[in-house]
Design a protein around this ligand. Structure first.
Ligand code: SF4
Ligand code: SF4
Length: 70
């Protein structure tokens, strides 16, 4: 699992750290930082709420919810 933060896009607004339910993200040295990436449960909130498009989260098939139509 990987959380990628684009330092060029991140403004250190803190929104991602504020909304992350697992406190995975912190703001350090003027940008967001994934301090506890193993705690991420792939909710996608940080990606959705970053209005600068600075975060990407790789979703793993075995830990992501999938819907299959029969
Ligand atoms: S919400 Fe986006 S711009 Fe704001 S601190 Fe997080 S990654 Fe940076
Ligand atoms: S995907 Fe969810 S749990 Fe993972 S870092 Fe983003 S807000 Fe936190």
């Amino acid at each position: 699992m990987a959380i990628t933060i684009d330092a060029k896009k991140c403004t250190a607004c803190g929104k991602c750290a504020e909304i992350c339910p697992e406190d995975v993200l912190l703001i350090e040295d003027g940008k967001a930082f994934a301090k506890y990436p193993k705690e991420c449960w792939h909710c996608g909130s940080c990606v959705y709420d970053c209005r600068f498009g600075a975060i990407e989260v790789d979703l793993e098939l075995d830990t992501s919810v999938r819907f299959i139509e029969f």
